[in-house]
Unconditional design. Structure first.
Ligand code: PLP
Length: 424
């Protein structure tokens, strides 16, 4: 099926007499008839639902849809995009391990890896996403477990050379994890270019309406963990917390997602609420239509901004002037995303002045919403970063992140025009 059809038809497939619309399984727990039946679930001898902290049918039907959209073999939902990236890494990297991460990842991911996971004994080397293969290769160590980067970085809008990153990761026997939040599976499938695991903040375009925070992890099934048992002991050697089950032996291509579900979700509990999964599913139904409009609106707004006398610079991978135009054409020929960044000739002060004058575009933390919204990362999402880290992350102090919605483009441009007119 084409993606437009998957978005509508996949996941929940009702049988005779069942509801047409995905039901919300609003239940913490699930009933069994014998004690033995329940015991088998706890031994991973049989699959089935028993407690919503680990798994819930509503979530799984939605995860199945996202899995198909990405072309993976297994997927799971998490309570947030943060939890998705945390689980994706922690599932294969414990204390004493090392991760390589692109410097331009979202500020929350940057903190997670360089501050919080550091406290857990995980070391992170930050690399320039534009570095050559040879430069990237220098970052690998004996204990490196994975490489993490974003298809389109938030908010630097750096387009990842996925093939280059996949090759250098695979040459060092580790998987590439790609956060595909901004591109969405509608515009890019990182697995087609060699990525092994994909993560999402479903809070963004997938939900699309700023209603529910959530995340997802999808496994391509392509990385052969069992070739490197000493590098990935958690997957390849017995798990004492399940009477010695070995995930790769028992679950084959489902090993990675099964471990993250039955071990990490059991112990850390970052499950997505079934109610949120239901809302996410509604969002997914219109994702292809919305992405098309987000991209065409964003390109028109970016071109308009580029020709405005008060605008110093515009960064949008869809623009021919963008350094990332060629990579965007290669990996995302249908369009990139609805997010633009730009700076004003008046600098940082003019940026906040202009933002205050916008009427249609709202100042919110959120991004990738049906409604146009705006943010100044250096003062908001990235304010915990030093100036040096801001530069590394591709976030200039005057950078305005403008998330173009799906309103009529003339109204979005008119709003920007009146705000820019009022700025000195
Ligand atoms: N990944 C990317 C690319 C993001 O933009 C964000 C949030 O903005 C996250 C992950 C974190 O997701 P969440 O806010 O759903 O925890």
């Amino acid at each position: 099926m084409k993606k437009e059809t998957i978005c509508i038809q996949s996941g929940w497939k009702p049988k005779k007499g069942e509801p047409r619309v995905l039901p919300i399984y609003q239940s913490t727990t699930f009933k069994y008839e014998t004690s033995e039946q329940m015991g088998k679930l706890f031994d991973l001898e049989e699959s089935g639902y028993f407690y919503t902290r680990l798994q819930n049918p509503t979530n799984d039907f939605v995860a199945q849809k996202i899995c198909e959209l990405e072309g993976g073999v297994a997927a799971m939902l998490t309570s947030s995009g943060q939890a998705a990236n945390y689980y994706a890494v922690f599932n294969i990297c414990e204390a004493g391990g090392h991760v390589i991460m692109s410097s331009t990842v979202y500020g929350g991911t940057f903190n997670l890896l360089t501050v919080t996971m550091k406290k857990m004994g995980i070391e992170c080397t930050v690399v320039d996403p534009d570095a050559s293969y040879e430069e990237l290769a220098k970052a690998f160590k004996e204990n490196t477990k994975c490489v993490l980067a974003e298809t389109i970085a938030n908010p630097a809008l750096v387009v990842l050379d996925i093939e280059k990153f996949a090759k250098v990761a695979h040459d060092h026997n580790v998987p590439l994890i790609v956060d595909n939040t901004f591109a969405t599976p509608i515009n890019c499938n990182p697995f087609e270019w060699g990525a092994d695991i994909v993560t999402h903040s479903t809070t963004k375009y997938m939900d699309g309406h700023a209603m529910s925070v959530g995340g997802a992890i999808v496994d391509s099934g392509n990385f052969d963990w069992s070739k490197y048992p000493d590098k990935f002991p958690g997957l390849c050697y017995p798990d004492d917390s399940y009477h010695g089950v070995t995930y790769t032996e028992k679950f084959g291509k489902g090993a990675y997602i099964t471990k993250a579900t039955v071990q990490l979700m059991r112990d850390l509990g970052s499950i997505q609420a079934p109610q949120n999964a239901f809302l996410l599913n509604v969002g997914l139904e219109t994702l292809p239509l919305r992405m098309e409009r987000h991209c065409s609106n964003a390109l028109a707004v970016a071109k308009w901004l580029e020709s405005h006398e008060k605008v110093a610079w515009v960064n949008y991978p869809g623009l021919e002037s963008s350094k990332y135009h060629d990579l965007a054409q290669k990996y995302m020929p249908k369009g990139t995303c609805g997010v633009i960044s730009f700076g004003l000739k008046g600098g940082r002060e003019a940026a906040s002045d202009m933002m205050d004058k916008l009427k249609l575009a709202a100042i919110v933390t959120h991004v990738a919403d049906a409604r146009t919204c705006v943010l100044h990362p250096a003062s908001h999402t990235h304010r915990q970063m030093t100036d040096e880290q801001l530069v590394e992350a591709g976030v200039a102090p005057d950078l305005i992140r403008f998330s173009v919605g799906i309103e009529h483009v003339d109204d979005i441009i008119a709003d920007l025009a009146q705000a820019l007119e009022a700025v000195k």
